[in-house]
Ligand binder design. Structure first.
Ligand code: TYC
Length: 103
């Protein structure tokens, strides 16, 4: 650092702290048509859950309307959403999921 740096620079360094990365949850939404087995498959395949956990998440979505499948950085969450929507579209199911910031 320069010895003659201005007060503004010093103040900025004191007040601008490094923030932890903002995390995003991928939320899957219920619908009336997507087969339960397909949802369980997707949750296992794209979110790394085992069969029992994936089944619990699917049933939670089915009953509550939505459920969190995983928490990731913004980029990774967006990629997960794209992968799920593409797989659902290819299979002809209306399954939807979204990414949203936590807290
Ligand atoms: N409600 C669907 C059914 O009864 C199952 C389902 C669960 C669909 C979760 C979407 O995200 C979902 N076949």
């Amino acid at each position: 650092p320069e010895r003659d740096e201005g007060n503004a620079v010093v103040l900025e360094r004191r007040t601008q702290r490094v923030q932890p990365p903002h995390m995003f949850q991928v939320v899957m939404l219920n619908d009336d048509y997507t087969p339960m087995e397909f949802v369980v498959f997707v949750i296992q395949d794209f979110f790394g859950k085992d069969l029992e956990t994936a089944t619990q998440i699917m049933l939670k979505i089915h009953l509550d309307g939505r459920g969190v499948c995983g928490v990731y950085s913004k980029d990774v969450a967006a990629t997960k959403v794209d992968q799920v929507l593409e797989a659902a579209h290819k299979a002809g199911h209306p399954l939807k999921c979204i990414s949203e910031p936590i807290e």
